[in-house]
Design a protein around this ligand. Structure first.
Ligand SMILES: Cc1cc2nc3c(=O)[nH]c(=O)nc-3n(C[C@H](O)[C@H](O)[C@H](O)COP(=O)(O)O)c2cc1C
Length: 388
């Protein structure tokens, strides 16, 4: 196994091993990609305060997210088409997460189905739900998640309409990939990937094909989104979904304090401060910059989580010290999966865990549950002073 010291090492191998279409799908943001870039670069505007000669023995990164034990507060975010990055990718990632003791979230737009994950894991996972027009499909999705013993549902609220990612349009992204001369030429150079794909039957949207009616071309993410997603979604509709699911509920995609209060009012157990990894509203603030205002608005009444831009344990540490109770990684584990399958996801988690643990220690802290802003040096005006 190559020596992997950081998430970027995994990304380099991932880029070599996975067809360009799927690498591009992961490694892009919408339009100019400003928000995609700033999600990560804004973390480096925050500095960590080094402390010395503090007892650093007996440290712990264990915590809870929505009341469930986690070995570190870093869950795997829902990522569509994960099973195209590596054969049976969602199963591989879920197994790595389970062994590591962190939650795995399955996307509605996954290749492996809810039932596939339930059959191939032994601990409950979380189910991400996109809000579709078709009520029967929605009810059935929640029922399937319940039958699979999912321990939380996560409703994503920032994708009523799809942000444009230029490269997906140019590449003709689909699952399974459409065979054009360019895509075939590229795939022929990805031998391991191709052999894996030939060896699995899971190459379609597993939660959708055979479960949803009236979608002309379920292979195309953009066609499916345009036809099936509900652009009229509002908080009343989310209240209806709340009634379809009586377990723990997480609302994903909150960037404004007013929306955070609405999420609280519909009875969510947690919210995720997220801009979908910079894939939806280009020009939105980075998630880490949006966090303080949301903490001020609802932080004492609901669990606040954060994703978008996390590439290291230091990033996790900063989000936690700013008040987030949990974090998620998306791309960071996809790099690992595409690079080395399940072992690569495990390696991504190990890298982040070590960075979190050692950085916490060097800030003079021993317990991830007792972090606060004192370990951070946040520049004046970090969260922005915006005109009303
Ligand atoms: C390739 C890709 C596919 C994604 N698919 C979904 C999805 O199906 N559902 C969802 O709620 N979020 C989806 N997201 C957003 C992630 O859940 C998460 O918010 C984002 O990846 C966090 O940013 P990061 O990648 O910088 O960690 C996707 C992100 C990526 C990169």
């Amino acid at each position: 196994m190559p020596v992997i010291t950081c998430i970027d090492d995994l990304k380099r191998i991932y880029r070599r091993r996975v067809p360009k279409m799927f690498y591009d799908y992961t490694e892009s943001g919408s339009w100019t990609e400003q928000t995609f870039r700033e999600n990560s670069s804004d973390f480096s505007d925050i500095y960590l305060r080094q402390r010395v000669a503090v007892d650093m023995a007996g440290r712990s990164t264990a915590s809870t997210m929505i009341g469930q034990d986690v070995s570190m507060p870093v869950a795997l975010a829902p990522v569509g088409l994960t099973g195209m990055q590596h054969a049976d990718g969602e199963i591989k990632a879920a197994r790595a997460a389970e062994a590591f003791g962190v939650p795995f979230t399955l996307s509605t737009m996954s290749i492996c189905s809810i039932e596939d994950i339930a059959e191939n894991t032994s601990k409950p996972f979380w189910m991400q739900v996109y809000t579709l027009k078709d009520d029967d499909f929605m009810q059935r999705l929640f029922d399937r998640a319940r039958e699979a013993k999912c321990s939380a549902a996560m409703i994503t609220v920032d994708l009523q309409v799809l942000g444009q990612r230029h490269r997906d349009l140019k590449n003709g992204l689909s699952a399974p990939p459409k065979l054009t001369p360019a895509s075939v030429a590229n795939m022929m150079t990805k031998v391991q990937w191709g052999l894996g794909m030939l060896g699995t039957k899971r190459r379609f949207f597993g939660n959708i094909v055979g479960h949803a009616k009236g979608v002309a071309d379920p292979s195309s993410l953009s066609t499916w989104t345009a036809e099936a997603f509900d652009p009229s979604l509002d908080w009343n509709r989310i209240r209806e979904f709340r009634k379809m699911w009586d377990g723990p509920l997480i609302i994903k995609g909150i960037m404004d304090a007013r929306d955070a209060r609405e999420a609280l009012n519909v009875g969510a157990d947690a919210i995720i401060v997220s801009n979908h990894g910079g894939r939806q509203l280009d020009g939105a603030l980075s998630a880490i910059r949006a966090l303080p205002a949301i903490m001020d608005a609802v932080g004492d009444r609901i669990e606040v989580h954060l994703d978008s831009g996390i590439r290291s344990g230091q990033d996790v540490l900063k989000a936690l010290a700013m008040g987030a109770k949990g974090t998620y990684v998306g791309r960071a584990y996809i790099y690992g999966l595409g690079a080395m399958g399940q072992a690569g996801v495990t390696r991504a988690l190990e890298v982040i865990h070590k960075e979190l643990d050692v950085s916490m220690a060097l800030c003079g802290r021993r317990d991830v549950r007792d972090l606060d802003r004192d370990i951070l040096m946040i520049p004046e005006g970090f969260e922005g002073r915006w005109q009303a």
